[in-house]
Design a binder for this molecule. Structure first.
Ligand code: SIN
Ligand code: FE2
Length: 215
């Protein structure tokens, strides 16, 4: 089975990964120029940084956020915070292009009226990875997670509700979106180490945006 048709080619309809989870190949391509431009101004205001896990490890992924709430990890734990601790200021507002994209991707997957209040920006340089985890710091799990990949390709791991459940390996390319909600909302997921490469628009990195209704 070829997952969602061909990597890097827009698919006509969402490809189910599980009940409530969909791969939307190329869904961000029509939004891509606006997303990139607005991303540039967000990370100019709130620079990407390597957060530290509660266990004291520096994350290989560099992060920033925009929207009313941002996700923060430090020695005290994980949480959503309206203030960027690095700058002591609110996170930059979520650009309209981001909100629009997230709403459309959610609606395409059967989740109508999605209004994200947090967007996490993850930058993976070659070698960076994200181990299997659940997104469970949000207040209400009835809202989906909308994720979009830009730049270098990566292998997304999409597992089950138990950490030990076998994970599917989903190759993601520039412009691909993944949406998971409903009974898939608490599935484990992660990203294998990103391989060396150059992307014509994004250079030697992969950027992932995840949209959440956190508060
Ligand atoms: C995340 O789980 O927050 C990011 C997933 C990804 O980079 O695709
Ligand atoms: Fe996640």
């Amino acid at each position: 089975m070829t997952m969602g048709l061909f990597v890097g080619e827009p698919a006509a309809s969402p490809w189910p990964l599980a009940d409530g989870a969909f791969l939307l190949r190329g869904f961000a391509l029509p939004h891509e120029a606006a997303l990139r431009e607005d991303l540039g101004s967000v990370i100019e205001q709130a620079p990407l940084r390597h957060m530290v896990t509660p266990g004291g490890f520096r994350m290989s992924v560099a992060m920033s956020c925009c929207g009313a709430l941002g996700w923060v990890s430090d020695q005290r734990g994980y949480r959503y915070d309206p203030i960027d601790p690095e700058r002591g200021l609110p996170w930059p507002p979520m650009p309209a292009s981001f909100v629009q994209f997230a709403r459309e991707a959610a609606a395409q997957s059967g989740f109508d009226h999605f209004v994200p209040d947090a967007c996490l920006i993850n930058r993976y340089e070659p070698g960076a990875r994200l181990s299997l985890h659940q997104d469970r710091d949000e207040r209400d799990f009835s809202h989906p997670i909308v994720s979009v990949s830009l730049g270098l390709p990566a292998v997304f791991l999409f597992g089950g509700t138990r950490r030990t459940d076998k994970a599917q390996r989903v190759p993601l390319a520039h412009g691909d979106a993944v949406v998971w909600g409903g009974s898939a909302r608490l599935r484990h997921h992660g990203v294998l180490p990103v391989k060396e490469g150059q992307h014509p628009f994004m250079g030697a990195c992969r950027i992932n945006l995840t949209f959440r209704k956190a508060g």
